[in-house]
Design a protein around this ligand. Structure first.
Ligand code: ATP
Ligand code: MG
Length: 353
C-alpha cells in the first residue's frame, strides 16, 4: 500500500513561489502523469516527493505516514531522472546492484532481484555489458531497472524518455506501460509531452504556473477541459479558438462569422472564446452544424487521415478530414462546425462556460 498525498504543498525559491499550494492524492498502484509546460513546477514537485527538495509549507504523506521531514532513503521511493546517470566503468549487473549493496542487501537477494527485473525489462542478455556497449533505449532500460531493483512502493520518473529518438520513445512508452502492469508500485511520471501524458497513465494531472489546473483520465481532460489552457494543451493538432460574443440564439465570432447557438443559460452579450477540435469540423453538413465558408491553405496527408489548414473569416483553423478529401491549396470549401461538441470559455476567466 503506497498512496502519495500532497497536502497544500508550497515551494518557494527565495521570493519566487514555483509550487503554489497543491493538493493531490495519487492512489496506491496508480500510474499518475504530471504534465504541463516548461517551468510549471513538475520536477520541483517530484523532487519534493522524493525528498530531494524541502517543502516550504504543507505536508507529504506516503502510505499514510507523513514523510515531509523524512530523508530520501527512508521514503520507500526510487527515482529515474531525465539525465539518467549510469556508472560507465561498471557492467549493467553492477549498475543494478550498486545501490542495493550500499543498503547492505544480502547477496542472494540482490541476485534474485536482478534476475527478476532483468527478465521483466528484457535486460537478461545485456547484464555483462558496459553502458557504452548499449543503445540509447537499452541504457534507458538499465536506468529504469536500477530504480526497479530497489522494490520501492513509489517509483518517480522525470521525463525519462526525453533523450531518446522519436521511434524509441514510442516503443518505451508501451514498455513502461507494460512494466506498470508487471510491478507492484505506484508510479508518478513527469513529462511535458501531452501525447505521452494521454497514452501512458491512469490519470493525468495538468499543471500550469505552479498550480494543478485539472486532474482526470485522458478522455476526461480531452472531452471536458475545464479551462481554455487545458483545452489548448491537450490534443494534436490543437483545438481551434476564436473570440466571440453570445447573441440572441446565435454566436458572433470574430470576423463576422455567425453560428446558431444551441446552448441554454448564457446571457447575450457575454464575451466568450469558442473552441473546436480539428476532428469536429467537417467537410459535409450534418445535424447541428454551423456552416463556415473557407479557403484551403495547406494539405497534410497522414495516411489514414489528412490535416487541412484553412482560412475562414474568423481566422486560420485546422481540421482533420478523411484520407483523401480531394482538396488542394486555394480551393474554396464550406466547413461545418459540430456545435454540440464545441467548447465555450469565458474570455475573462478562461474557465469553461
Ligand atoms: N534550485 C532552484 N532555484 C531557483 N529556482 C528554481 C530552482 N529549481 C527550479 N527553479 C524554478 O522553478 C520553476 C519550476 O521549475 P521546474 O524544474 O520544477 O519546472 P518543470 O515543470 O520541471 O519544467 P521543465 O519541463 O522545463 O523541466 C522554474 O521557474 C525554475 O526556474
Ligand atoms: Mg522538469
Amino acid at each position: 500500500m503506497a498512496d502519495v498525498v500532497l497536502d497544500k504543498v508550497v515551494k518557494k525559491f527565495g521570493e519566487a513561489e514555483v509550487v503554489a499550494g497543491i493538493d493531490l492524492t495519487v492512489r496506491d498502484l496508480e500510474f499518475c502523469i504530471l504534465v504541463g509546460p516548461s517551468g510549471c513546477g513538475k520536477t520541483t514537485t517530484l523532487r519534493m516527493i522524493a525528498g530531494l527538495e524541502e517543502v516550504t509549507s504543507g505536508d507529504i504523506r506516503i502510505a499514510g505516514q507523513s514523510v515531509t521531514w523524512t530523508p530520501p532513503r527512508d521514503r520507500d521511493i526510487a527515482m529515474v531522472f531525465q539525465s539518467y546517470a549510469l556508472y560507465p566503468h561498471m557492467t549493467v549487473r553492477k549498475n543494478l546492484s550498486f545501490a542495493l549493496e550500499l543498503h547492505k542487501v544480502a547477496r542472494a537477494e540482490i541476485d534474485r532481484r536482478i534476475a527478476e527485473v532483468a527478465q521483466i525489462i528484457g535486460l537478461t542478455p545485456l547484464l555483462d555489458r558496459k553502458p557504452r556497449q548499449l543503445s540509447g533505449g537499452q541504457r534507458q532500460r538499465v536506468a529504469v531497472g536500477a530504480a526497479l531493483v530497489r522494490q520501492a512502493g513509489v517509483l518517480l520518473f522525470d521525463e525519462p524518455l526525453s533523450n531518446l529518438d522519436a521511434k524509441l520513445r514510442v516503443h518505451m512508452r508501451t514498455e513502461l506501460k507494460r512494466l506498470h502492469q508487471a510491478v507492484k508500485s505506484t508510479m508518478v511520471y513527469v513529462t511535458h509531452d501531452q501525447i505521452e501524458a494521454m497514452t501512458m497513465g491512469d490519470r493525468i494531472v495538468i499543471m500550469n504556473g505552479g498550480r494543478i489546473v485539472q486532474v482526470g483520465t485522458a478522455m476526461e481532460v480531452y472531452d471536458h477541459p475545464t479551462s481554455r489552457f487545458v483545452a489548448g494543451f491537450i490534443g494534436t493538432p490543437p483545438m481551434n479558438f476564436f473570440e466571440g460574443e453570445i447573441g440572441n440564439g446565435s454566436l458572433a465570432l470574430q470576423g463576422g462569422v455567425q453560428l446558431p447557438f444551441l446552448r441554454e443559460g448564457a446571457k447575450p452579450g457575454r464575451k466568450i472564446t469558442f473552441g473546436i477540435r480539428p476532428e469536429h469540423i467537417y467537410l459535409r453538413t450534418r445535424e447541428n452544424t454551423g456552416r463556415v465558408p473557407a479557403t484551403i491553405e495547406v494539405v497534410e496527408p497522414l495516411g489514414h487521415r489528412t490535416i487541412l489548414t484553412a482560412r475562414c473569416a474568423a481566422g486560420v483553423l485546422q481540421l482533420e478530414a478523411e484520407a483523401m478529401p480531394g482538396l488542394k491549396p486555394g480551393d474554396a470549401a464550406d466547413l461545418f462546425f459540430d456545435l454540440p461538441r464545441a467548447h465555450l470559455f469565458d474570455q475573462a476567466t478562461e474557465c469553461v462556460l
